[in-house]
Write a protein that binds this ligand. Structure first.
Ligand code: NI
Ligand code: MN
Length: 226
């Protein structure tokens, strides 16, 4: 399995000949190395409806017929655009041909803002547990710190946890470091920082605060082989 980071909350996983893209916010993301028109994923996983996570989902999914797996209301909304979707909700898991997806809770909000500045309700925000090849990846989405992270880590031993550290909209470095203690992943990777002024952070601050677990600060384009 190959896992790569592409700025903000974008994570790409390649497993069993399939490519999975999480939260493909490409246009408007000053940090990313991806180009929306070059991405041909088999699957797009979305944590919630905010525009900095849905990003280029519709254009990419329409261009390459990718399946979009998202919280149910968000999936239903995107399906109106003719996108192939699979809606899920918190606590539910589903075994796909590319791996198993389970939606976990995230304390955040979730709506999509259209070009006409309409606010669309897109259901509950979520985190995602993705399991394939016997490895489990946790993408926390946007969230505060919450005690049930301990439960998530106990129920599903985590190989790699992608955790927001930007503060203001999500956990900051200190809370994210505490989240690592609760989740006990083999490896923690900071995400969702430095994209916009309110979330500017030095990821080294997060790394210094994590004393018991391994942290990898992934540069944009870095790849982990599991
Ligand atoms: Ni958000
Ligand atoms: Mn966000």
């Amino acid at each position: 399995m190959q896992i790569s980071y592409h700025g903000h909350s974008i994570v790409k996983i390649v497993t069993g000949g399939k490519t999975i893209l999480i939260d493909p916010f490409i246009n408007g993301n000053k940090l990313t190395d991806l180009k929306a028109e070059e991405e041909k994923p088999d699957v797009i996983l979305l944590t919630h409806g905010h525009n900095d996570h849905v990003g280029d989902t519709v254009a990419i999914a329409k261009a390459c017929d990718a399946l979009v797996v998202a919280p149910n209301e968000l999936a239903n909304y995107l399906a109106l655009d003719g996108v192939k979707t699979h809606g899920m909700n918190i606590g539910g898991s589903w075994e796909f041909d590319f791996g198993t997806v389970k939606f976990t809770k995230a304390f955040h909000s979730s709506s999509y803002t259209t070009e006409n500045n309409e606010f669309i309700y897109t259901g509950m925000p979520a985190g995602i547990l993705f399991t394939a090849e016997g490895k489990t990846i946790y993408h926390a989405g946007d969230t505060s710190l919450f005690g049930d992270m301990e439960l998530i880590g106990k129920r599903h031993p985590i190989d790699v946890a992608f955790l927001p550290i930007g503060d203001n909209f999500t956990m900051g470095p200190e809370d994210a470091a505490y989240a690592v203690e609760l989740l006990q992943p083999k490896l923690a990777v900071p995400i969702h920082f430095n994209t916009f002024p309110p979330i500017e952070q030095d990821p080294e601050d997060f790394k210094k605060l994590v004393t018991e677990n391994e942290v990898k600060i992934m540069a944009v384009g870095d790849v982990i082989e599991l």
